[in-house]
Design a protein. Sequence first.
Length: 324
Amino acid sequence: MRWYKCELHTHTKHSDARHGLEELVDKAWNMLNLDALAITDHNTITASKEVNICEEKYPLTFIPGIELTTFYGHIVVLGLEQYIEWRDLHRLNLEERVKEINKCGGVVGIAHPCRVGDPISTGSYFTYHIDDYNVFDYIEVWTRTASVKDIENKANMALWTELLNKGYRITGVYGRDWHGGGSEVDENIYTLVNSPTSDKASILEGIKQGNVQCSSGPVVNIQVLKAGKWEDLFFGDEIVSKPLTFKLSWDLETIKGAEKYKKVKLYVNIESNKGSLARIEKSDSEEPFNIDYIEGLKWIRLDVHTIENNQHKMLGFTNPIYFN
Ligand SMILES: [Zn+2]
Ligand SMILES: [Zn+2]
């Protein structure tokens, strides 16, 4: 298993982007060093059909996709090579459509749920009526380039946390919503999927399982002490063993430029449905730490922070580890 750098939300000239498919793929490979790239044009899959031209030139994993762009919200579908009807969607029938897509093997995510909608960008704000959010595989928690200061991303994070607190096991991802033409590759932010291989099916399975973290630098791994032995723990997993003794390790190699954090203060906040449970500094991260089990604890998540000019800055977050 290793971490693969993925970008799950991109556009080409086949919809409204400024770059064509080849330019996008070239930047994905040469500037962002991506392992996997999803092409998710608005309401069309024609670019995905031309991807074979790029497959010969770039050793990237290509994931076909589409962004169903509607008045009530934007939905990204990954993994299907077929067009998906969106024109008949209204506020009440999305859930049924998503179930049909799931049956066909499509992986479905809510795009930028808290982006400003009407009158700035009609449909960008998610207003569909959903009874059961379990139909969705993932939700974009970070979008575009302004990773954390951005008010939109704060609202997305709050929404995701609320869904997790309600018991939904929905994967949180990053989506660049890459349209080209600007400073869109200034920040190396990735959805990292932990997977045995970089093939399309494994990456999509990793997303569904929640074996995912998002980061603009440091990558974290966690182990759990089970019957006196350290075992790798994967995000999205469920744990039943107690006591809750863990060990963190830091990876500053996977993301280019993350070496700069070697000399910088890093820490992880253990967030949960019961609030913040602990703060683990990088310096003592190889030391085991305990979390007291609280009645009703449903999940924990690792939020990665640094301190820059006396300001706390969030650099990444993992998906939850769940408790039964
Ligand atoms: Zn969109
Ligand atoms: Zn988009």
